[in-house]
Structure formats: C-alpha cells, structure tokens
Ligand binder design. Structure first.
Ligand code: SF4
Length: 217
C-alpha cells in the first residue's frame, strides 16, 4: 500500500507550550479560513511543503522518550485528517500519548459535514479539541486558545482532570531557533508576537540574512 503523505509546515519535538506535559507538535500546511491576525500566515496557503508519511512522522514525534502527548495544529488539521489519524494510531502503537488538536471548524460542522473523509477517524483519536476560527477582537490574552469564541472540547476524560486549565490559564510560549529560522511555539501572551517579529526583523537587518519566521498556536 502507498504510504499516506502529509504536507507538514513544521514539527517540534518536546514543548510545554501547547498542552499539558511534554508534547510533540505537527503543524500542517494549508488552511481555508484566513482569519485576520492569524499567528501563522505562512502556513495558510495550500502549497507543497514537507511531504512526510505517517509512519516517518510518528517515529519522529516520539524520538524523545519524555514526550507523553501530541498536538496537531496548523494550518488546518482537518484537511489532512486521514493522515493525522494515521500518525496518532501509529504513535499509540509505540506509546500511550494523549492528543490535543486545534481546528478552525466548529465541531458540529465536523460531525455533520466532515470536510475530508478522515475527520471521524481523527475525532475518535482526539482527547481535547480546540475549535473555531481566531477572532482578534475576542482575544482576551488567556488560555490555550486564541480568542474566547474558540471552545475547548474534552472528547475523552483523559485530560479532563489533569489540572491544566485550557480555557483560562496564563499563556506561555517558547522560541526555538534553528539556523535561519525562528519558531514561536504556543499561543503567545499579549504583545509577544509583535515583539518577536520586531526582534527577528532587527536581527535580519543587522545580519542581512533572509531567514524565515513562523509562529503558531
Ligand atoms: S488562525 Fe487558525 S484557522 Fe485561522 S487562518 Fe490561521 S491557521 Fe487557519
């Protein structure tokens, strides 16, 4: 059987900024929503990015033995739901990881009219789903979601009593630098995104480099 390929914008192995515990993250390329103020505009276009098969990705995400959870974000994970469901399934064959997933779709829409065939399979694997588009005017600076219209759905009980306040916790973010690329990981506290962009622009100006930046929930 031909392996299922995903279009991956970025991965991060081991972060505490996108859910409880130590997590590995997949950000997929491509999103249909184009929310004004999106934290990751480079990842909105549905263009070829890194092509990775699910088995390769699952192995990569678990390469650090302290990782106990996965987070899927983007971009729009539900457009690559079948591949991501396969990543979750293969990862769980190796380790009992929890799964947090962001989506711009409402869960009602996902259940009534799945935008891609793999959505039911992915929803069945997700422990916590954060749904809805980002609305800058409703960004209250709190929680593991960008704006207050976005909802946190505990689809299983796994992370319901872990003490992690998805909706109201103070925000944290991490910055990872890899060669010419800087990655802002997490839902940033107020002001951090602008400060990050200014810092990167300043560094580029001083060094004359053409590096790229990405930032993401
Ligand atoms: S905020 Fe999320 S849903 Fe909105 S355009 Fe950006 S990636 Fe897509």
């Amino acid at each position: 059987m031909t392996p299922r390929l995903l279009d991956v914008a970025a991965t991060r192995i081991g972060t505490e900024a996108l859910g409880p515990g130590m997590r590995s993250v997949v950000w997929v390329q491509g999103c249909p929503f184009r929310c004004p103020g999106c934290m990751s505009p480079d990842w909105i276009p549905e263009r070829p990015a890194r092509r990775a098969d699910a088995r390769e990705l699952a192995a990569e995400l678990l390469v650090d033995p302290v990782v106990d959870g996965l987070t899927f974000s983007g971009g729009e994970p539900m457009l690559q739901a079948a591949g991501l469901a396969e990543v979750a399934r293969l990862a769980r064959e190796r380790r009992d990881v929890s799964l947090v997933c962001f989506t711009g779709y409402r869960i009602e829409r996902l259940r009534a009219r799945p935008p891609t065939p793999g959505v039911p399979e992915l929803l069945a694997a997700v422990d916590v789903l954060v749904d809805g588009r980002y609305v800058a005017a409703l960004d209250d600076g709190r929680g593991l979601r960008g704006s207050t219209n976005q909802r946190v759905h505990h689809l299983t009980s796994r992370l319901a009593d872990c003490g992690y306040d998805f909706a109201g916790r103070p925000r944290t973010a991490e910055i990872a630098v890899n060669g010419p690329e800087a990655l802002l990981i997490g839902v940033p506290p107020p002001g951090l995104l602008a400060a990050f962009d200014t810092a990167v622009d300043t560094v580029r100006g001083h060094t004359g480099t053409e590096g790229s930046t990405h930032h993401e929930r």
